[in-house]
Ligand binder design. Structure first.
Ligand code: PBG
Length: 334
C-alpha cells in the first residue's frame, strides 16, 4: 500500500469534517436488499406467540405470516427464511416428519409462493425441529450422530421443499457430503433452479440458545451439544476447507454462522473464494442487543445498524438477521 504523505500534508480528519464528505467517501453501505428475515412458523390460525428470549420475535401461524411477507416486499427485503415449530406429537428419533410433503414447511412454502410470489423463500434443511432428541441427525446406540443415514433424510427433506416450490434450500446440519447429495437429488428431480445456500462454516456455538427456545428444541436437547458435527470455535482454516468442499459439491452461496464473533471468518472466506457469502446474525446476538437496549445501556437502533454494516465491511453479501424488518424500516426513512 502507498504510504500517505506525512502530517500536515495528510490530515485524515478533512474527510470526516462534514456529513457530505463522509457520505462521499464511505466505502460500505447497508441496504434492505442485503437482509434476509428468519421467521418462526407454527400450525393454526391467528396464533402469535412471543419468544421470551427474543423480544420482538414471535412464532406465527401462516395467516399472520402473510402480512409480514408482504411488508418484506414493500421494504425491499428479498428473502425470508422459514423455521418450523413442530408439534411435539410429530417429533421422532429419526425426524421423519421433515420429509412429509404435506408437512408444515411445504404447506407454508406453497402458500407464500402463491400469495407473495415476489418474495424469495429459503428453507432450512436440518432435522432438529423434527427430532425427539433435538439433534440435527439420526443417532446410533451410543448417541453418535450417524452421517450417511442423516444425509439420506436431508436429501429427501430438500426434495420435498423443492417440490413445494422453495427458491433456496439451506442445509444447516453440518453433515459431511450433504451438499453433493442434495445437489444430485435436485438435478435428478428436475429442480435445476433450486439454489443451495450452504451453512458451510457453522460453529458449535452457545449463541444459538434463544433459537432453540423458539423452535422448542432446547428441552429435547437437554445437556447434549452438537460438537461432533458443528465446527470448533477455535478453528479458522477448517472453515475454508468446509467452504471449498461445499462449493465443489454444488453450493451456489455459502454462509458463516454465528455472525459478529466470526467476522474474521467471513473476511477470509470472501477473500479466498470470491463467491456470494452470507453471515447469520444469530438469536443470541439479537438477544444481547435487545437486553442491553431494554436496560438503557445501548442505543438500540444505532447498535443494530452499526452491527449490520460491520457484516458488509467484513465482506458479506447479505445477512440473515432478526433485525431485518426494523433495520429496513429505518433505512427506508433515512
Ligand atoms: C438448526 C439451526 C440452528 C440455527 C439455525 N438452524 C440451531 C442449532 O444449530 O442448534 C440457529 C439460529 C439462531 O440461533 O438464530 N440446524
Amino acid at each position: 500500500m502507498q504510504l500517505p504523505a506525512p502530517f500536515p500534508a495528510s490530515r485524515p480528519r478533512r474527510l470526516r469534517r462534514d456529513a457530505f464528505t463522509r457520505a462521499l467517501v464511505r466505502e460500505h453501505r447497508l441496504h434492505a436488499n442485503d437482509l434476509i428475515l428468519p421467521v418462526f412458523v407454527h400450525e393454526g390460525e391467528n396464533r402469535v406467540e412471543p419468544v421470551a428470549s427474543m423480544p420482538g420475535v414471535s412464532r406465527l401461524s401462516l395467516d399472520r405470516l402473510i402480512p409480514v411477507a408482504k411488508e418484506c416486499v414493500a421494504l425491499g427485503i428479498p428473502v425470508i427464511a422459514l423455521f418450523p415449530v413442530i408439534d411435539a406429537s410429530l417429533k421422532t428419533p429419526d425426524g421423519i416428519e421433515a420429509t412429509n410433503p404435506n408437512g408444515l414447511v411445504p404447506r407454508v412454502v406453497r402458500a407464500l409462493k402463491e400469495q407473495v410470489p415476489e418474495l424469495g423463500v429459503l428453507t432450512d434443511v436440518a432435522l432438529d425441529p423434527y427430532t425427539s432428541h433435538g439433534q440435527d441427525g439420526v443417532l446410533d446406540e451410543a448417541g453418535y450422530i450417524l452421517n450417511d443415514r442423516t444425509v439420506e433424510l436431508l436429501r429427501q427433506q430438500a426434495l420435498v421443499q423443492a417440490g413445494a416450490g422453495v427458491d433456496i434450500v439451506a442445509p444447516s446440519d453440518m453433515m459431511d457430503g450433504r451438499i453433493g447429495a442434495i445437489r444430485q437429488a435436485l438435478e435428478e428431480g428436475a429442480h435445476i433452479h433450486t439454489r443451495i445456500m450452504a451453512y458451510s462454516a457453522k460453529y458449535a456455538s452457545a449463541f444459538y440458545g434463544p433459537f432453540r427456545d423458539a423452535v422448542g428444541s432446547r428441552s429435547n436437547l437437554g445437556k447434549a451439544d452438537k460438537k461432533t458435527y458443528q465446527m470448533d470455535p477455535g478453528n479458522s482454516d477448517e472453515a475454508l476447507r468446509e467452504v471449498g468442499l461445499d462449493l465443489a459439491e454444488g453450493a451456489d452461496m455459502v454462509m458463516v454462522k454465528p455472525g459478529l464473533p466470526y467476522l474474521d471468518i467471513v473476511r477470509r472466506v470472501k477473500d479466498e473464494f470470491r463467491v456470494p457469502t452470507f453471515a447469520y446474525q444469530v438469536s443470541g446476538e439479537y438477544a444481547m442487543v435487545k437486553a442491553a437496549a431494554a436496560n438503557g445501556w445501548l442505543d438500540h437502533d444505532a447498535v443494530m445498524l452499526e452491527s449490520l454494516l460491520a457484516f458488509k465491511r467484513a465482506g458479506a453479501d447479505g445477512i440473515l438477521t432478526y433485525f431485518a424488518l426494523e433495520a429496513a424500516r429505518l433505512l427506508k426513512d433515512a
